[in-house]
Design a binder for this molecule. Structure first.
Ligand code: PRX
Length: 650
C-alpha cells in the first residue's frame, strides 16, 4: 500500500460555484443553513434520523429497533419485514403514479418501450410467478447477465419479489469471469439474452453463458430473452425462452415478506488481493439509503425524467437506475447502447427527444465528449436539463467546467457524488440547492454519514493534509459481508483503522470541510470508472503459457482516468514481439473482459523487487507514467533491473 505521504493533491482549484437561488427555492433542502442543521441533527442522533428515513418505506411489519451495532456487524431496522419490489411497484399503484412512466427505454437500434408503474408491476409479477414455477425460491441465488433492456430491471425486481438474491454480472465480462461469479455464489439460475446491441454489433451473451455453465454444476436453468434474434443454441433440458416461459402465466405473484437484513443482492467487485469479492447488500437498509439519497441528491420532482447512464451490471445501475428511482416513484430512462451510435450525439439527441431533466454520468464519459467536440451537444436543445451528476472517479476541473458550461448551459448545478460498490449508495455529495460546488470536490457528507481523513494510526489528518478516507459510523446501505468470506470483510474494511470503515481511497479535507478524493491508495485501478484489481489482471497474464511473472499498475490517462500498464517477464525462449503483445491482450480479454486489456505491455527480464520479494510497484508506476522515480530504492534487490527498465523507456 502507498504511504500517506504519497497522497498529494495536485489540485489547486479555488473556484466556488454558489447555489442558484431559483433552484434552491424549489429544492428539497433549500440552504446551507438547512443542510447544516439537518446534518448536525443526523449525526447527534443518527438513530432518530435513520428511523425517520425508514418510515418512508412500506413495511409488512414495522421494525422494532433502528440499529444493532456490534462493530463491524450492523443490523438495520431490526425486526422489520418488507419487500423491495412492493416498495418499488405496488405502493405506487394506489396513487397517481400508477399511470406514470416507470421506465422509458431506448434500444441502440432506436426501438423504444415505455412501461408505466402498472405495466412494470404486471411484468414483474408475471416473471416472478414464472420463476417460481421453475423452482426459484426465497434464498436462492440467481445470476443475471443481460444487456440494458427492461428485462434486466424486471428480472432484478422479480428476484426481489420472491426473496431470491440476485447477482448481476456486467455483460462486458467474459465467460470465465461469469463462471467464477456463478460458482462463488452457487447460483441455481441464470437469466440472459440471445444478445445485446453495442456499437451496431451483437454482444454474444448466450454463447458466453453456454461456455460458462459447462463448469458451473449449481446451474439448473437458463432463461433467455429474445433481444437481437441472433441464432443461439438452446439446450432442451436446461434452457428456456423468456417469452415462452411467461406465456399464459397470470400477472399475479404476492411479494414475499423478507427480513430487513435479508440479502437483496450480491455484486462482485475487485479487491487488492485474491478473487473478486461478492459484496452483499441487505434489503431494508439498502433500500432506505438509496431511496433518500436519490430524492435529496438528485432533488427529484414528480415531473422529472431522470437518466443515469450506468449499466445495470455496476452498482450505480442497481442503486440509481433501478432501486432508488423506482422506490421514489420516479421516471427512469434506460439506454441500451453506446454514446456514439450512430453518431457522437446520441446522448444529446436522447436528452432533447425525451426532455430529460436530470443526467447522471461518469467523468470518463464527459472527458470523451469533450474530445468529440462541442459541436455534437450544440446541435441539440438541452434546455430541459436542470441538474447534472457525476460518479466513479475524481473529475478534473476542466471536465467539470465543460460539463457545466456546454451541457448544463451554466444553469444546472453539478452533484459530484462519492461512493462505492460497498457503500450501497451515495455518501459524500453536495445537495444541489444547499451546498455550493467546488469543481473536483465531492463536497460534504450526506446527512447521517460521518467521514473523516485520518493517518495510519487513525488520528484525524490536519486540514488539507492527505490521508485515508474512513467512515466513522455505520450507515444503512453499508455492505454486510463478503459472500462466503466474512473474515475478508472484517480484514479489508474494518481492520486497517480499527473501528472505522476503510474506503481504500486517499483524500483531504479543506478549510471549508470539503472532501477532495484523490483516488485509490491500494492496488486497485479505476479504468473508465470500472474498478479493477491489478492482481486479477496479473493472474490472467500469468495463466498464459509464455508468461512467468507480471506486474500491472495504473498510469494517468486523459480519457480513461487510469490506463493499465503491464510489465511482463517471459518464459525462456519466448519471442517478445508485437504478436505476443496482441495475444496477451486477447488472453486478458478472454479471462476477464475486454475492458481489462492492458493498454501497454512491456517485456522485461525481471521485475524490480525488495529484498523480501515484494514487487516495487511505486517504481513501476513512476516508470509507466514516464516520471523519474524519486523514491527510496535502497531495498531494491537488483538495481540493474530498474536501470534496464529505464533504458527501455528511453
Ligand atoms: O476511488 C473511488 C472512486 O470509485 C471507487 C469506487 O468504485 P466502485 O465500487 O466501482 O463504484 C463506482 C460507483 C459508485 C471509489 O473508491 N470514486 C467513486 N466516485 C467518486 C470516486 N472518486 C472521486 N470522486 C467521486 N465522485
Amino acid at each position: 500500500m502507498a504511504s500517506v505521504t504519497d497522497i498529494e493533491s495536485v489540485l489547486k482549484e479555488k473556484r466556488v460555484f454558489p447555489c442558484d437561488p431559483a433552484f434552491a427555492a424549489r429544492a428539497h433542502v433549500k440552504s446551507a443553513d438547512e443542510y447544516e442543521a439537518l446534518y448536525r441533527r443526523s449525526t447527534e442522533d443518527p438513530g432518530a434520523f435513520w428511523a425517520e428515513v425508514g418510515r418512508e418505506l412500506s413495511w409488512f411489519e414495522e421494525p422494532i429497533r433502528t440499529l444493532e451495532w456490534n462493530c463491524p456487524d450492523a443490523k438495520w431496522f431490526v425486526g422489520g419485514k418488507l419487500n423491495v419490489s412492493s416498495n418499488c411497484l405496488d405502493r405506487h399503484l394506489t396513487t397517481v403514479r400508477r399511470n406514470q412512466a416507470a421506465i422509458i427505454w431506448e434500444g441502440e437500434p432506436g426501438d423504444t418501450r415505455v412501461l408505466t408503474y402498472q405495466m412494470l408491476h404486471s411484468e414483474v409479477c408475471r416473471f416472478a410467478a414464472a420463476l417460481k414455477r421453475i423452482g426459484v425460491h426465497k434464498g436462492d441465488r440467481v445470476a443475471i447477465y443481460l444487456p440494458m433492456i427492461p428485462e434486466a430491471a424486471i428480472a432484478m425486481l422479480a428476484c426481489a419479489r420472491l426473496g431470491a438474491t440476485h447477482s448481476v454480472v456486467f455483460g462486458g465480462f467474459s465467460a470465465e469471469a461469469l463462471r467464477d461469479r456463478i460458482n462463488d455464489a452457487q447460483a441455481r439460475f441464470v437469466i440472459t439474452a440471445d444478445g445485446g446491441w453495442r456499437r451496431g454489433a451483437v454482444v454474444a451473451l448466450k454463447d458466453a453463458v453456454d461456455e460458462a455453465v459447462e463448469e458451473t454444476p449449481s446451474v439448473e436453468r437458463v432463461v433467455v430473452v429474445k433481444r437481437t434474434g441472433t441464432p443461439v443454441k438452446m439446450n432442451r433440458r436446461r434452457d428456456l425462452w423468456w417469452d415462452e416461459l411467461v406465456a399464459g402465466v397470470p400477472a399475479a405473484c404476492e411479494a414475499e415478506p423478507v427480513d430487513s437484513e435479508h440479502p437483496l443482492f450480491i455484486l462482485y467487485t475487485s479487491g487488492t488481493t485474491g478473487k473478486p469479492k461478492g459484496v452483499v447488500h441487505s434489503t431494508a437498509g439498502y433500500l432506505a439509503h438509496v431511496q433518500v439519497t436519490t430524492k435529496l441528491v438528485f432533488d427529484l420532482k414528480d415531473e422529472d425524467i431522470y437518466w443515469c447512464t450506468a449499466d445495470i451490471g455496476w452498482v450505480t445501475g442497481h442503486s440509481y437506475v433501478v432501486y432508488g428511482p423506482l422506490a421514489n416513484g420516479a421516471t427512469t430512462l434506460m439506454y441500451e447502447g453506446a454514446p456514439n451510435q450512430p453518431q457522437p450525439d446520441r446522448f444529446w439527441e436522447i436528452i432533447e427527444r425525451y426532455k430529460v431533466n436530470v443526467l447522471y454520468t461518469a467523468p470518463t464519459a464527459i472527458r470523451t465528449f469533450t474530445r468529440w467536440g462541442d459541436e455534437w451537444p450544440q446541435k441539440h436543445d438541452l434546455s430541459s436539463l436542470r441538474l447534472l451528476g457525476t460518479v466513479g472517479e475524481p473529475i478534473n476541473p476542466e471536465a467539470w467546467t465543460w460539463y457545466r458550461r456546454v451541457i448544463g448551459g451554466n444553469r444546472c448545478p453539478i452533484v459530484d457524488t462519492w461512493w462505492q460498490t460497498e457503500t450501497g449508495g451515495i455518501l459524500i455529495s453536495p445537495l444541489p440547492g444547499a451546498v455550493p460546488a467546488k469543481p473536483g470536490s465531492c463536497t460534504k457528507p450526506f446527512p447521517g454519514i460521518v467521514p473523516e481523513v485520518v493517518n495510519r494510526d487513525g488520528k484525524p489528518a490536519a486540514t488539507n493534509d492527505g490521508g485515508y478516507l474512513v467512515i466513522k459510523q455505520p450507515w444503512p446501505g453499508m455492505l454486510r459481508t463478503v459472500w462466503g468470506d466474512h473474515a475478508r470483510f472484517v480484514k479489508e474494511y474494518w481492520s486497517q483503522v480499527p473501528g472505522m470503515y476503510f474506503t481504500g481511497d486517499g483524500a483531504r479535507r479543506d478549510e471549508d470541510g470539503y472532501f477532495w478524493v484523490m483516488g485509490r491508495i491500494d492496488d486497485v485501478v479505476n479504468v473508465s470508472g470500472h474498478r479493477l484489481g491489478t492482481m486479477e489482471i496479473e493472474s490472467a497474464l500469468v495463466s498464459h503459457a509464455c508468461v512467468t511473472e507480471a506486474a500491472v499498475v495504473g498510469r494517468p490517462d486523459e480519457i480513461k482516468g487510469e490506463a493499465l500498464a503491464a510489465f511482463v517477464t517471459l518464459a525462456a525462449g519466448t519471442r517478445a514481439d508485437d504478436a505476443l503483445r496482441k495475444e496477451l491482450r486477447e488472453h486478458v480479454g478472454k479471462e476477464i473482459g475486454a475492458f481489462a486489456k492492458p493498454d501497454d505491455i512491456r517485456f522485461t527480464e525481471a521485475l524490480p523487487k525488495t529484498r523480501s520479494g515484494k514487487i516495487m510497484r511505486r517504481l513501476l508506476r513512476d516508470l509507466a507514467a514516464g516520471k523519474e522515480s524519486v523514491g527510496d530504492t535502497t531495498t531494491l534487490e537488483d538495481f540493474s533491473v530498474l536501470a534496464k527498465l529505464r533504458e527501455e523507456d528511453e
